[in-house]
Design a protein around this ligand. Structure first.
Ligand code: CP
Length: 309
């Protein structure tokens, strides 16, 4: 397994395009030949430190390590760790990095993974930091897009919902901006528009075409990918604002009637109301495949960061 050039994965920018292509290649090989990888991490331990709730990211990391023959330890809420007694993140990481070979951490504070990496004896993987980044979700998204569309360039991508707080959106735009002929349709209510720094530092800097709109139906027929997102309740300061915006977009069969026959519908999940369950039966709905793919790309990432042959 070719090692990625970074020791930690904090931001998707830590990976080159070549690193990403290689991880996707290995993930595809794991999908085809799972048994070949089942002892690659014998004797290795993954720690999953989740200071925020998770189903997919934590369990797919744990499944990935178990499927590689390794073992897992960790906690799924900070209240069951000594953080509740006032221990600092730096001290927690110093200790747990002596108990494990690699750490996947989710934290509500943006920048916490950098603090962790500076205090760790072993590689740190950012499993989501506040409204900032979620690089392993992006690797999952890229694997899914490449499997479904057989390419990562020449795509019109609709991103719909909470583009302000949706960390998966920020990482995905950053990653896709490196590929050729990508166009983004940014669909959100005014209050949940993409942050300015993503527009100036990623989209405009890389001369990526984009349109901002609040109307999903106007652009439906142009999309190759439609990436729906949940309105991030946990990032709102005001419950009334959340209630007003939470059901702004609900994707249903009627809205999909003008979409391309080979549209690929993605969602990082969990879903609340933003995709009607009737859409689950549509062959273009790929969000559950996307969640399954998360295990294989995380297996590839663990192998690479641990420099396993
Ligand atoms: N996609 C994602 O990050 O899901 P979880 O919050 O369940 O980990």
């Amino acid at each position: 397994m070719k090692k990625v050039k970074t020791r930690n994965l904090i931001d998707i920018k830590d990976l080159s395009k070549e690193d990403i292509d290689n991880l996707i290649k290995v993930a595809n090989d794991i999908i085809k030949h799972r048994e070949k990888y089942s002892h690659k991490c014998d004797g290795k331990i993954l720690a999953t430190l989740f200071f925020e709730p998770s189903t997919r990211t934590r369990l797919s990391f744990e499944s990935a390590m178990l499927r590689l023959g390794g073992k897992v330890l960790g906690f799924s809420e900070s209240s069951s760790s000594s953080t509740a007694k006032g221990e600092t993140l730096a001290d927690t990481i110093r200790v747990v990095s002596g108990y494990s070979d690699i750490i996947a951490m989710r934290h509500p504070k943006e920048g916490a993974p950098v603090v962790a990496a500076n205090n760790s004896l072993v590689p740190i993987i950012n499993a989501g930091d506040g409204g900032h980044n979620h690089p392993t979700q992006t690797l999952t998204d890229l694997l899914t897009i490449s499997r479904e569309k057989k390419r990562l360039d020449n795509l019109t991508i609709g991103l719909c919902g909470d583009l302000k707080f949706g960390r998966t959106i920020h990482s995905l735009i950053t990653a896709m901006s490196r590929y050729d002929n990508i166009k983004f349709i940014l669909i959100s209510p005014d209050e949940l528009k993409i942050p300015d720094y993503i527009k100036t530092e990623v989209l405009e800097k890389n001369k990526i075409e984009y349109i901002e709109t609040d109307n999903i139906e106007d652009y439906m027929d142009q999309l190759d990918i439609l990436y729906m997102t949940r309105v991030q309740k946990e990032r709102f300061f005001n419950e009334a604002d959340y209630q007003r915006l939470k059901d702004y977009y609900i994707l249903d069969n009627y809205k999909l009637s003008k979409a391309k026959k080979d549209l690929c519908i993605l969602h990082p999940l969990p879903r609340v109301n933003e995709i009607s369950t009737e859409v689950d039966e549509d062959s273009r709905a790929k969000y559950f495949e996307q969640a399954y793919n998360g295990v294989y790309i995380r297996m590839a990432l663990i192998l690479s960061l641990l420099e396993v042959e």
